[in-house]
Design a protein around this ligand. Structure first.
Ligand code: AMP
Length: 147
């Protein structure tokens, strides 16, 4: 999938937004959804997406949507920090297949990092137990800044 082309309304994140595929939500509002990555690269790996935009990547996103997404990434990252006390946080975002993107609905990865733990590979981690993801999401949600 190149950087240009049509938005696929049946991509997995579009299906999550329509409630057709389950996801473990951390928090949401009318504009954004933060949810747990099911193939986490580390404990507490969260994804942030727009609920309203059909941008496939950063090149296509509307400036006002990007502003909301950036604020949501910051809010989520602060909560991940409080909840899980990582040593660092990687915020990642991939564009186009050659750029490492596998789901073509713009998203940001928030990946907690610990100095003494390696990072699982992008796109090849084992699938996480839903109960484990739910517990992590609850801890992160409890640590969110107020709106
Ligand atoms: P990217 O490769 O940057 O497009 O990232 C897509 C991310 O979506 C990967 O980290 C996948 O593990 C994650 N992912 C794929 N399917 C799902 C799903 N059903 N629920 C949550 N995360 C998913």
């Amino acid at each position: 999938m190149s950087l240009t082309g049509p938005y696929d309304p049946n991509n997995i994140f579009a299906r999550i937004l329509r409630g057709e595929t389950p996801a473990v939500t951390v928090w949401e509002d009318d504009h954004v959804l933060a949810f747990m990555d099911v193939f986490p690269q580390s404990e507490g790996h969260v994804l942030v997406i727009s609920k309203t935009s059909r941008a496939r990547n950063l090149l296509e996103v509307e400036p006002d949507v990007l502003t909301r997404l950036t604020a949501a990434v910051r809010r989520t990252a602060r909560a991940v920090d409080r909840a899980l006390s990582p040593d660092g946080l990687s915020v990642m975002q991939f564009n186009g297949e050659a750029g490492g993107q596998t789901v073509f609905h713009l998203h940001f990865h928030i990946i907690p990092r610990w100095a003494d733990r390696g990072l699982k590979g992008h796109r090849d981690g084992p699938i996480a137990e839903p109960a484990v993801l739910r517990a992590q999401a609850a801890r992160i949600a409890a640590a969110l800044d107020p709106d």
